[in-house]
Design a protein around this ligand. Structure first.
Ligand SMILES: C[S@@+](CC[C@H](N)C(=O)[O-])C[C@H]1O[C@@H](n2cnc3c(N)ncnc32)[C@H](O)[C@@H]1O
Length: 404
């Protein structure tokens, strides 16, 4: 199958007006090759304020010998010690990311313990402390291989900030269908919300018009009038005998009495119906076998034939992150693209929910050391690896991308 790559002459850095803008094409992804600082500078010429979600997985500064440089230590900076060099590398890139983000945009950054506090300081300074959303902890391995000291560290973080208060975390789909264990003509539902008001302003005296009798039968049906023989009456009185109030006034309860359910003892609940579009708040601790690094490594072996990249992220982790943090039409940016997992995840989500997410990837064309397994597999610069995954997506699925 032929690859749908539009050819561009890269012999010279194109002027801003010549850089392809994915928003005007039907492509799923644009791959920009080069140092992300200069690429983002160029992108800011036409994309400022347009990116809805930015995910990055920068070098963690582990000092390991990876395919990319992962050692940026400074000596004895009076304030930041050895972390200064990494912070100075990240600072202008994060500033540009902020420029590219829409006002309600969100940035999520993967990191581990070593630079996490310094990243937080940078993000506090650039995005503002009040725009901190969360520091998600993900379990990346079951064993904590290669850990220093006596603790087998098996987690890392995704630090999330917004550009402004107008940002909204979309939430995850509620997949707990099993808990909706009851069914009626309106659908699956569960019983988990008391119809008697609790807590503040729950007394009869607070809302006298919400204190009225309800009637229920042995089937759990609830009525606002005593319409058939044999109904039992119940008032919103708690176990201490205190007169409280219902959640709704009588008119609404009459119109929507089919949403009410009574236990045999007359405890009235509002049915909680399953709703496919309903979203639940993501939690800050993410533990799932789908998020393990070994899973990402297997995906890399499947796509590339061998482990050509040491630090990929699992595609499912990115799917859940994107799905929970931004809309199905989001423009997504990853300027430390690596193997291109972010574009793959956004594409998978589009297939699942018919979305129109588009991803901008940036990856450097740094030379690969001849001793590296990727070199043995024919890759010469790192962005070749990103491009190979995109080509694989073109071949296996109907993925479309542009390269600049
Ligand atoms: C930790 S990896 C990202 C892995 C990616 N999340 C994945 O799932 O494959 C970091 C990537 O950032 C790239 N990178 C580092 N410095 C860069 C720069 N200045 N400009 C562009 N890319 C850079 C590295 O080459 C590497 O591929």
């Amino acid at each position: 199958m032929s690859l749908k790559i539009k050819q561009i002459d890269y012999s010279e850095t194109p002027a801003v007006s010549e850089i392809p803008d994915i928003r005007n094409t039907d492509d799923d992804c644009a791959l920009y090759v080069g140092d992300n600082l200069s690429v983002m500078n160029q992108l800011s010429g036409f994309l400022s304020g347009s990116v809805n979600f930015c995910y990055i997985d920068p070098p963690y500064n582990t000092g390991s010998k990876f395919i990319y440089n992962d050692r940026r230590y400074s000596t004895n900076d009076p304030v930041w010690g050895s972390h200064f060099a990494w912070m100075e590398f990240m600072r202008p890139r994060l500033e540009l990311a902020k420029t590219l983000l829409a006002d309600d945009g969100i940035i999520a950054v993967s990191i581990d313990d070593y630079e996490q506090p310094y990243l937080r300081i940078l993000l506090d300074q650039i995005f503002g402390e009040t725009n901190f959303i969360s520091c998600i902890t993900t379990c990346r391995s079951n064993n904590g291989k290669g850990a220093r000291g006596n603790i087998a560290t098996n987690h890392e973080y995704i630090v999330v900030y917004s550009k402004s208060k107008s940002a909204k975390v979309r939430g995850l789909p509620d997949l707990d269908l099993e808990s909706y264990n009851k069914f009626d003509e309106h659908g699956e539902y569960r019983i988990d919300g008391l119809f008697r008001k609790k807590g503040d302003a729950s007394l009869r005296t607070d809302r006298p018009n919400m204190f009225y009798p309800l009637y229920f039968d042995d089937l759990g049906r609830v009525f606002t009038e005593n319409v058939i023989p044999g109904l039992k009456e119940v008032y919103p009185v708690d176990s201490q005998g205190i007169e409280r109030r219902w959640l709704w006034g009588k008119d609404k309860a009459t119109a929507e009495s089919w949403k009410l359910y009574s236990s045999p003892k007359g405890v009235v609940y509002v049915k909680n119906y399953f709703d496919r579009s309903k979203r639940i708040k993501p939690k800050s601790l993410w533990v799932d076998n789908r998020y393990l690094t070994e899973r990402a490594t297997n995906q890399i072996k499947e796509i590339f034939g061998s482990k050509v990249f040491e630090t990929p992220k699992p595609v499912e982790l990115l799917e859940d992150l994107i799905d929970s943090h931004t809309s199905e039409n989001a423009l997504i940016l990853d300027f430390f693209a690596g193997t291109g997992t972010t574009a793959h995840a956004a594409f998978n989500l589009n297939k699942k929910d018919n979305g129109n997410r588009k991803t901008i990837l940036v990856e450097q064309d740094a030379a690969i050391d001849p001793s590296h397994v990727a070199y043995e597999n024919g890759f010469r610069v790192i962005s070749d690896i990103t491009q190979r995954r995109l080509d694989w997506l073109v071949k296996v699925h109907k993925f479309k991308y542009i390269r600049a």
